[in-house]
Design a protein around this ligand. Structure first.
Ligand code: FES
Ligand code: FES
Length: 266
């Protein structure tokens, strides 16, 4: 272990850095700074910088349910935007780097969209932007000004669940439910993609112009592969989507197995 009483001279680089950080003009070699003191000073300055950044971020993400009351635009690099969410226009003042996900959850109280990875890898934050599925954690709120944003909260109409929502309930397409808002938004957009004839990685003939794509289970699995479910509700999610897409009732695998067992027992 390093002896506390032992003074260790600073290297030239360390002296230069300390001078820069503390804006010292005096020669540090004359001050007899120890390495420990140097590190303490660096830590103090770093902590001050970090605290300043955190305070600014906290202010930007501070929850303000009634508009922008108390938000001092002059203190931070803020901008005014208007977001159209679930058919309602909302005026916000935000820092330009705020993501759509944070704007929805922290500023607009729409907490249905979930923050799973915050890195575009899990799909939990999926929302619809002009009808197309979009990862809100990788989208800046300022980017989608003027677009029609639909979140899970905006899918039901007049007290009626969206058909995909109803099918997820019917087929038990979830367990903990964390991924479900993203899964459902993805599935809703997927129906339109199939209707418009958009090909996927597993589409057999990408040049066929059939007008629409019939979704096999493989097609559904591939097109939903950006939405991770840690509870593993995948078979039920596929069944729910297939039922809505085909318009025909889909029997669950476990239902078939129960009927087979019942027949065997007779
Ligand atoms: S939170 Fe956006 S993809 Fe995971
Ligand atoms: S239902 Fe739990 S993660 Fe999908």
């Amino acid at each position: 272990m390093e002896d506390e009483s032992q003074e260790i001279e600073l290297t030239e680089d360390e002296k230069d850095l300390l001078k820069e950080l503390l804006n010292e003009s005096a020669e540090l070699s004359n001050l007899g700074e120890s390495r420990r003191k140097f590190l303490k000073n660096v830590s103090t300055v770093s902590a001050a910088i970090l605290a300043t950044q955190l305070l600014a971020e906290q202010k930007l993400l501070a929850f303000e349910p009634s508009g922008n009351a108390g938000f001092d635009v002059n203190q931070v690099d803020a901008m005014s935007i208007k977001l159209r969410v679930n058919g309602v226009e909302k005026a916000l003042q935000i820092e330009p780097r705020v993501t759509l996900l944070d704007a929805l959850r922290e500023r607009l109280e729409l907490t249905g969209s979930k923050k799973g990875c915050d890195h575009g890898q899990c799909g939990a934050c999926t929302v619809l932007v002009d009808g197309r599925r979009t990862l809100s954690c990788l989208t800046l709120a300022a980017q989608v000004e003027g677009s029609e944003i639909t979140t899970i909260e905006g899918l039901a109409k007049g007290g009626e669940l969206h058909p995909v929502q109803a099918a997820f309930i019917k087929h038990d397409g979830f367990q903990c439910g964390f991924c479900t808002p993203g899964q459902i938004c993805s599935a809703v957009a997927l129906m339109n993609e199939a209707k418009n004839g958009e090909a996927s990685y597993v589409t057999a003939d990408v040049r066929a112009k059939s007008g629409s794509v019939k979704l096999s289970d493989d097609e559904i699995r591939e097109r939903m592969s950006g939405n991770i479910c840690r509870c593993g509700a995948y078979p039920n999610i596929v069944a729910a989507i297939r039922e809505v897409h085909s318009g025909k009732a889909v029997v669950q695998n476990w239902d078939i197995v129960i009927k087979e067992k019942a027949n065997e027992a007779v």
